[in-house]
Design a protein around this ligand. Structure first.
Ligand code: HGY
Ligand code: MN
Ligand code: MN
Ligand code: MN
Length: 399
């Protein structure tokens, strides 16, 4: 394992679910923030936390037209070791190499750690970069609630931030001249192509919707089957309908990975069920189309059990197409199209959010398992080093 990743390999291990659970401003995330600051300061970088909880490690004075590279340190529940941290460790490593070689940048440079990229605590993916860019209404963000009923505003205050300042940070954004995110590939593209590194070409449109299925809570023993309106059975039918709808939309992906049964007693027929839908497709229109089909299908499915479904959009990111000129230039700097493929991804990233405001690009590093958001996620040390080599080469070409 890459040395930098090995340093944090025991931080946030989830013994119950496997893998890592590192969520915004909680245990492991706080430890990783400290680890990052110490590591960056050891490199001679100046670390600051912005108003939204993103971490910036500056090489020299913060300034306009900076080249910024980084990713995130938080994870999904039971996530892998590479999704996020590989980009942060690689950015620190690439900057360390440049500094050690005596390279003098012609413009400011920073390593960025975006907060709450997975949205595992407050439910909105890329929350830190959305706040930074003004991609989410600040009042709505402040009112987001975690599983313990703590609002983002309260959590931010406990983290030492002023919740009133959460929101678009034009000064910080104006400093970014170019953002480059290195990330483990979440798929098999590079494995199938037999290459260690790729440049990202695009990101699927994707969003999150909450499906609330409402029935009639009742006693598990005293309620005959014919008298039931069981929302958990309705939700089960609805989840199969989600899969069927996605399978009828080419290139689409739809997932229900999280359920909340209310009240959740073994001897209680549920009164309602919350099911979170993650839907994605190559274009905005196709994704909207998919969700409309899902909305109709889950409504019908629930009716079989005399239940109703309310569908609420929680987050949305349209298709991202990275600047083809930048993609082409980076591929040629790295050795040309034959050596460095351009790959689309179904996974969302901070670079995808930032791309709406500043020039952004991504590098992918081969993941032999092709699996992500799971402990099986993996990258060979040799490929991780190839990723750092590529990032260093790109930084040299733009700094
Ligand atoms: O959900 C995603 O695609 C990203 O990993 N946050
Ligand atoms: Mn992820
Ligand atoms: Mn990620
Ligand atoms: Mn009883």
């Amino acid at each position: 394992m890459l040395a930098g990743l090995a340093e944090i390999a025991d931080t946030g291990r989830d013994s119950r679910r496997g893998g890592y659970s590192r969520h915004l401003w909680q245990g492991a995330d706080l430890e990783l923030r400290t680890w990052f600051a110490l590591r960056a300061e050891r490199l001679g970088l100046n670390v600051e936390t912005d108003r939204n909880g993103n971490l910036w490690a500056w090489w020299g004075e913060p300034g306009p037209d900076a080249v910024v590279t980084g990713s995130h340190l938080d994870s999904v529940p039971g996530g892998g070791a590479y999704d996020g941290p590989l980009g942060v460790v690689s950015a620190l490593e690439a900057v360390a190499r440049l500094r050690a070689s005596g390279f003098t940048p012609s413009r400011p440079c920073a390593v960025l750690v975006c907060a709450e990229e997975e949205g595992s605590r407050f439910g909105i993916a890329c929350l830190g970069s959305r706040l930074l860019t003004g991609g989410i209404d600040a009042d709505r963000a402040r009112a987001l609630i975690d599983a313990d009923g703590i609002t983002l505003a309260q959590a931010a205050r406990r983290a030492g931030l002023d919740p009133a300042h959460l929101g678009a940070d034009r000064d910080a954004l104006a400093r970014i001249g170019l953002f480059i995110e290195l990330h483990v590939e979440q798929g098999r593209g590079l494995v199938d192509l037999g290459r260690p590194v790729a440049v990202a070409s695009s990101i699927l449109a994707h969003g999150r919707w909450r499906l609330t299925v409402t029935g009639q809570g009742n006693h598990a023993g005293a309620t005959p089957m014919e008298d039931r309106r069981d929302p958990l059975v309705a939700a089960a039918r609805a989840i199969v309908a989600v899969q069927d709808a996605a399978e009828n939309h080419p290139g689409a992906r739809a997932t229900v990975g999280r359920l909340e049964v209310v009240p959740g007693g073994t001897n209680v027929i549920a009164s309602s069920v919350h099911a979170w839908l993650d839907a994605r497709a190559p274009t905005d229109a196709e994704t909207r189309d998919l969700v409309a089909a899902i909305e109709a299908a889950v409504g019908e499915a629930a009716l079989v059990n005399g239940c109703s479904v309310a569908v609420t959009e929680e987050s949305w990111t349209g298709t991202v197409t990275f600047d083809p000129e930048l993609v082409g230039r980076f591929r040629s700097v790295l050795g040309g199209d034959a050596l460095v493929p351009a790959l689309p991804t179904g996974a969302g990233h901070d670079a995808g959010v930032l791309a709406a405001s500043v020039p952004s690009a991504m590098l992918f590093v081969r993941n032999p398992t092709g699996v992500s958001h799971s402990p099986e996620e993996f990258a060979e040390v040799g490929d991780c080093v190839a990723g750092i080599d590529a990032l260093e080469t790109l930084l040299r070409s733009v700094l």
